[in-house]
Design a protein around this ligand. Sequence first.
Ligand code: RIB
Length: 308
Amino acid sequence: MKKIAVIGSNMVDLITYIDRMPAQGETLEAPRFAMGCGGKGANQAAAAALLGAHVMMVTKVGDDAFADTTLANFQRLGIDTRFVERVPGVSSGVAPIFVQENSHNSILIVKGANAHLTPADIDRAEPLLRDCALIVLQLEIELASVYHAIDVAHRLGVPVLLNPAPAVAGLSRQHLGRLDFLVPNESELALLTGQPVDSAEAAAKAARSLLEEGVRHVIVTLGEQGALYVGEQGEWRVEGHRVDARDTSGAGDAFIGCFAHHWSRDGDIHRAMQQAVAYSACSVTGLGTQSSYPDTAAFALFSAPLPA
Ligand code: RIB
């Protein structure tokens, strides 16, 4: 089985469950705290690995105890860490996350060592990247490195997927045009296209404009409403599932890791989206980011409930 390469971020998530956000100058007691492994890149790698994919990560950790936590987690998941490096004198990436009772979250990220992942680091991984089924990217590393990874994938002829999160305005159109898969959520799609995205119809219209720029497949994640495909295979929607959501942190990453795993196996986009919608619905029923991701056995027990 060919590997999936994730070139991107890792973070340690510092998750506080809150009744409400404190006002300026106010101190509030919060009922619960948890620490877990996160970062959009590592989350996507973890989801794919838990489902049985062979995954390699190209990332940087810092010079602290959080780095040990992240490395041990990669090893537990069987993720290839040959291109995971420590950066002396720099903190690891961390993400303070606040989860409210309605399951919605607010996230701060401190990139730390992730900001030190350079184009030269990606070049060093090239001998392994050339044999991968898919290269998966997000935007929690420097943009120059993301663009370089897209160029390398293009030159090697390896399919490339970009999750444009967290949202950044003014992404290079030339690089967008080299993507096989672009997987934004609704707000990221709105920022990318400058178009309002307040309905599935508006999302389809905005996604179509990206096809004109050269993207082959746009998949818009719609939260509990499922996901939308607009691309060279046509247009369709995969319905979401009605679940009791407890924590939506990392649900988009769960979708992408699961999609990458299934698509890499057989190239069936529609089936991979169905699996990914169910997998991310399952993830929001648990707490935390990676801690809420099921492995193959646990996911098999998740009987996808009725469409939302
Ligand atoms: O997408 C969720 C992730 O965003 C969290 O794990 C956090 O680390 C931030 O990167």
